[in-house]
Design a binder for this molecule. Sequence first.
Ligand code: ZN
Length: 192
Amino acid sequence: MKYCSTCGQPVEQRIPEGDNRYRYVCVSCDTIHYQNPRIIAGTVPVWDGRILLCRRAIEPRYGYWTLPAGFMENAETTIEAAARETREEALAEVSIDGLYSIIDVPHINQVHMFYRATLLDGSFGAGEESLESRLFAADEIPWDEISFPTVKKTLKLFLNEMETGNYGVHITDIRPRITKEEPHSTSSRNTS
Ligand code: ZN
């Protein structure tokens, strides 16, 4: 952020009085511009024991397969957002069967939420943001071409539980990969 959306003057980063974090604050009108995580809502749409995936027609991850999901809009509920994204990306109407996963992605300031869903009549297609959509059986999921870690994680959890039909609610997170081994990680083996 460079300029104040209230008055158009430059902003600076500082900790406002009574706060404990850096915020963008307008140098002219003193407006504090708070920034908070964004919610991505989507579905795991099922029909006849198979899962509906869409192939992305937009960046990032153009050409990769994804569960229908997208940024929540103002004035809608998370369920409405999930159903709307499914309608827009997969041209599919769904009934929402329950919350399935909440995955925090703190290093990019996002929260991803997926609902279990059933196609209403089995019809689907490719919306403007999709190249195609299709139903995948459990052993057909294109794991190497899945768009995002939150989608992969949700699919893996879901496929494990699809065999039994006992679905939980999974609250988890995804952190950036640590490439270096922690220096203290070997010492824990020497406790005796
Ligand atoms: Zn201002």
